[in-house]
Design a protein around this ligand. Sequence first.
Ligand code: DAH
Length: 370
Amino acid sequence: MKEKLRQLKLDFSQEIKKVKSPAELEAIENKYLSRKSGLLNNILRGLKEVAKEEVAEIGAFANELKQSIVEEIELLRHKLSSGGQSTSFDFTLPGNLPPIGHLHPITEAIREIASIFGGIGFQRQRYPEVDWDYYAFETLNMPGDHPARDEWETFFIDSKPIKMNLPANSQKLVEFGKRILTPHTSSGQVREMEKGKLPIRMMNLSKCYRRQMDVSHTPMFHQFEGLVIDKDINITHLKGTVDYFVKKFFGADRTIRLRPHHFQFTEPSFEVDISCGLCHGTGRSEDLPRQSGAEAGGGKCRMCKEGWLELAGAGMVHPNVLRAGGIDSQKYSGFAFGWGVERCYTMKAGLNIDDIRLLYKNDLRFNEQF
Ligand code: DAH
């Protein structure tokens, strides 16, 4: 049988040399490889009669032979279809470039923010995205029945409230409450304090979830939270840090102001405003027609109306929060801020997105514009 296969190999190599057209090639392909009547299979049908110990060797030989026939036929087919030349490919032609994408604008913003704060020593930390009520509210000076909680339209996980020992103090049994999807990055504050390492200069830049969906809200969004705790930390450190970020991220000509506000977890608390990039803090627009009754210098700025844009919250860490994290509030003080990435990004780009949900629709027609 091996002899027959060898003969077939010889015959094939003679015959294929004579092939001149695709039709002849097809004929020879059928002649040798056709499953029903091909010469190769005809021979292999006799494999049943071959002695057992030879079957493996002959089988392997036949396989190799078939492979080489197939390859020769394919090679010739390619040659014939390219007009008889060995190749029709012009290597000097410029190629078709595959479309090149880019990162999602929010991913780019996240990386930029992390790198700006990284430059002044804020280390990015990660905390659970599904966390306990304890870290998101209770330790942030918002006990169970506190009305301030309503502002955080929280997603609760269907779980039973539990009591656990504190990771930092195994003697202390506390109510951890229910599990929730973190409604703000502030849930990382006490978790960071519990690590027991001071001073702290952390950044929590993560996903947040709230039960809100309309043109200006998505149920998932991002915040970046900075927390600094050390001896003698005061408001000037907060102001300097925020100002540094705003100048790096929005531009050197921007300034900030702190407006008194209220958060349960900071005292004092502030709302940070940033000077408007369009009217440079004047609230007036030179390029708009003077409106009757408007102040001298043009019409009102269409972006901000009064020179400032509301950016986000910040404040000096409340002593109750420090205590909840096991830190002596007589010796240490700190500041914190927590801002929305999407808000900062759209403000920076001067984007007036009618519907913020577009950011997460995965619609390339939208994403490709950035
Ligand atoms: N967690 C607040 C929110 O989601 C934002 C915030 C305000 C964070 C003041 C802070 C802060 O750290 O000091 O609205």
